[in-house]
Design a protein around this ligand. Sequence first.
Ligand code: GCB
Length: 611
Amino acid sequence: MIRLLSHWAMRTIFSLSLLVTGSVCLAQQPAPLITNVGHRSTISLNGPWHAIVDMYDVGYREYQTLKPSADSGFFRNAKQKNKSELIEYDFDKGESLNVPGDWNSQRDSLLFYEDTIWYEKSFAYHKKPNTRVFLYIGAANYISRVGVNGTVLCSHEGGFTPFDCEITSVLHDGENFAVIYVNNARRREGVPTVNTDWWNYGGLTRDVSLVEVPQNFIQDYFIQLIPGTRSQIAGWVKLSDAAAEQRVTVRIPELSIEKTFVTDKSGVADVSLSAPGLNLWSPEHPKLYSVHVESGVDKVPDEIGFRSIEVHGRDILLNGSPVFLRGVSIHEEAPYRPGRAYSEEDAKTLLGWAKDLGANFVRLAHYPHNEHMLRVADRMGLMVWSEVPVYWGIEWEDPKTLANAENQLTESITRDKNRASIVIWSVGNETPVSDARTKFLVSLIDTARKLDSTRLISAALQIHKREGTTRIIDDPLGAKLDVLGCNEYIGWYEGTIEATDSANWQTPYDKPLIMSEFGGDALSGFHADSDIRFSEEYQEKLYQHQTPMLDRISFLRGTTPWVLMDFRSPRRLLPGIQDYYNRKGLVSKQGEKKKAFFVLEKWYEQKKITP
Ligand code: GCB
């Protein structure tokens, strides 16, 4: 019944039910993925892994044709028993690749590689009583299959979200090995599809670890402030055993809160806490509380901030007050070195530059970034727009593509829903308007709302109607969003920079707008007249004309210009200037701030005073 209700009605019902029954469920049952692995008992498998480059899928074909469900193919990690035995591969003799890390940036020969690489790592493990062990993979781009000691245990599709597989039953006391097949061939029906403006970095791009948990463990939990309130915390805790009458305790020592709840027959306990005197999280005061979730012998600590994000007419309200989101878009591209970002250090650098800009908000485009980004954003006080890679024209009519997108969205929300920094889930970027596309995205919106009724939903739309100098944001998807997002490139792809001066914006929707992209390329250190493309002066002038136009949009409540830092892209071919880099960064890969950076910094300075 609840599913038929609108977002706002759902919220009202949730709030009412708290008042009436004292218990609130902010979301439906989560996906089976262990959350908050960083605060559990883990053994890192980062470091060098043996790697076999297998562009003809030799090792997988054997697996498929011989014994698809058992130990065959390279999953066996076979060794010659005698010199006459024919085995045509050997992990031990090959070169290694570092994990985490994309393979493209680790060897010149792999820069453009889009196919299969097999990873192998041996590790010692000493079995412990009453302990279950999961292999947790932060991200593997794009398709992966995981085997341990020759048994294939799980597979995954999607390059930007975590997954885990239980390996308890196949673990040996002593030496073990894991083999992971990763294939990053682009596919029409994939999410994203074959065409993107970012590098298709393949491999085990994020941390890999073993996670140890008790037999019955805290699989997941959701503990957030109820939107519109200042001291009502609610949510749920899910135990791995789907059994009723299990006790779960939530403690927030700093607030002297300790309360015990009991699970229903699915192993989920509703949580509801009253926290008078709560200091709310905000960019100015990013207060995080130590929150402890405990059940039986399992204890999971976390750092959680509590804040409320809502929309009222054309305003975005943070903790009940209107806020302007001074943002910037960011790709998961490593600062100072080639390749994908993956570390806490990378996150601190990228988000530190956003802070230098005067930002209180970042758009993590165009896919879920690594968990360090959200943890650091929580601590630094940056609100976050998180997105799934539903990018440009994907296969809207293919139910498998939809299921894949739904799954990536679910994994992303499952991992990050306790981060105060995340205020917006975005379901896509620049998706051309059609009935099939709208139906697809509405389904994602419904899923996001079902999983998390405490965040706002948006999408980066395209302008699809112009009347003279007026751009009208009337994409039918707008009706389903809380916040409109729109990408525009006046002065770069569209018209002249001066055309910005007469551009006006309208929308039939009574909703706030975030200008989710605008910008132009500049090669750092290339100085010329402001009408010369790719000069820092051109980009500077573009920003100088954009900001007055943005100031004229009465329903504008945020901006995330494109983009914080230059990033590698196969679509950027101009020698000497682009060299496979999109140069729309306000900062170069080496951290040099371009002239436009300072234009935006100044504008954001004003926006702090008169939003
Ligand atoms: C866009 C896309 C973004 C591109 C950017 C550009 O509209 O959303 O992914 O990188 O334009 O630079 O063309």
